[in-house]
Ligand binder design. Structure first.
Ligand code: ADP
Ligand code: MG
Length: 267
C-alpha cells in the first residue's frame, strides 16, 4: 500500500434546511470522481439523505458516522463503496441525533471528526477530496465538520431569503477559525435551484454576487426536476441522466473547484 495523502476536506454547510447541501455533496462528489478524483462523502446529518441518495440501504449501515464519533471507531470501518467508481461514503443513521449530548462533556468533542479523518491510512488513505454533508443546524456536528475542514462550501438557494442566516453562518466560521481551526477558509458559495423563468432568481444571483463577489462560483445550479428525481432511485443525477442541465452544472462546478484548488496551491 502507498502512504496516505492529505485529502482536501470541504464541509458543505448552511444551517438552513432544503438549500441543496445534500444534493451538492452527492453530485459534486460524483462529478469530482468522474474526473478521476477519489472522493469520500461523510454523512453528518442524522437524516441520512446523502446515504439514501447514494443507494445505501439502512441495513448496510452497520458502522455509521455515529459509531466513529461516539465510540472513536476507525472511519475506515464505516466506509462503503457506491455505484460510482472512486466515490465512497461513510453513512449516517438516526443515532447521530443523540451524539451532541453524549459527547458534550468530553474535552475533544469538537475534534472527533478531525481525528477520524487524520486516522485514514493504508487502502483508505488515498482520498483526494472529503466532502462532509452537514445537518441543517450550527450544532456540534457542524462544528466538528468545520474543525476538520480546510474549507467551507455554502449552498445558497436562489430565493428571497437567500442571504438571511448567512451572517450567522459566517460568524460561526470566524469563531471556529479563531479557536479550533485557524486555517479554515470559505471555499465558496454556490447558488442552487436557479429558476430561469423567475425574475426573482436572477435578482437573487445579482444581489449575492454584489455582496460576496468572487466568493460566489460562476456556476449556478439550475432547478431541474431530474436532480430531485434521482435520489429516489438511489442515484446521483450524473448516473440518472448525465445530459440534463443539473448534471452538467455539477460537472462545471467540479472543474471550477479543481481550478480554485490549483490556484490556491500555486499562490
Ligand atoms: P439540504 O441538504 O440543504 O437540506 P437538499 O439537497 O436535500 O437540501 O435539497 C432539498 C430538496 O430540494 C430535495 O428534495 C432536493 O431533491 C431538491 N433539490 C435540490 N437541488 C435541486 C435542483 N437543482 N433542482 C431541483 N430540485 C433540487
Ligand atoms: Mg441535507
Amino acid at each position: 500500500m502507498t502512504g496516505s495523502v492529505k485529502p482536501r476536506v470541504i464541509a458543505i454547510a448552511n444551517q438552513k434546511g432544503g438549500v441543496g447541501k445534500t444534493t451538492t455533496a452527492i453530485n459534486l462528489g460524483t462529478a469530482l470522481a468522474a474526473v478521476n478524483e477519489t472522493v469520500l462523502i461523510i454523512d453528518l446529518d442524522p437524516q441520512g439523505n446523502a446515504s439514501t441518495g447514494l443507494g445505501i440501504d439502512r441495513k448496510a449501515r452497520r458502522v455509521s458516522t455515529y459509531d466513529v464519533l461516539a465510540e472513536n471507531l476507525p472511519l475506515a470501518n464505516a466506509i462503503l463503496d457506491t455505484a460510482v467508481p472512486r466515490l465512497a461514503i461513510a453513512p449516517s443513521t438516526m443515532d447521530l441525533s443523540g451524539l451532541e449530548l453524549e459527547i458534550a462533556a468530553s474535552r475533544d468533542r469538537a475534534f472527533r471528526l478531525r481525528k477520524a479523518i487524520e486516522g485514514l491510512a493504508g487502502e483508505f488513505g488515498h482520498f483526494s477530496y472529503v466532502l462532509v454533508d452537514c445537518p441543517p443546524s450550527l450544532n456540534l456536528l457542524t462544528v466538528n465538520a468545520m474543525a476538520a475542514a480546510d474549507a467551507i462550501l455554502v449552498p445558497l438557494q436562489c430565493e428571497f431569503f437567500a442571504l438571511e442566516g448567512l451572517s450567522q453562518l459566517l460568524r460561526t466560521v470566524e469563531q471556529v477559525r479563531s479557536t479550533l481551526n485557524p486555517t479554515l477558509s470559505l471555499q465558496g458559495v454556490v447558488l442552487t435551484m436557479y429558476d430561469a423563468r423567475n425574475n426573482l432568481s436572477a435578482q437573487v444571483v445579482a444581489d449575492v454576487r454584489a455582496f460576496l463577489k468572487d466568493k460566489v462560483y460562476d456556476t449556478v445550479i439550475p432547478r431541474n426536476v431530474r436532480v430531485s428525481e434521482a435520489p429516489s432511485y438511489g442515484k446521483p443525477v450524473l448516473l440518472y441522466d448525465l445530459k440534463c442541465t443539473g448534471a452538467q452544472a455539477y460537472l462545471r462546478l467540479a472543474s471550477e473547484i479543481i481550478q480554485r484548488e490549483r490556484n490556491l496551491r500555486a499562490a
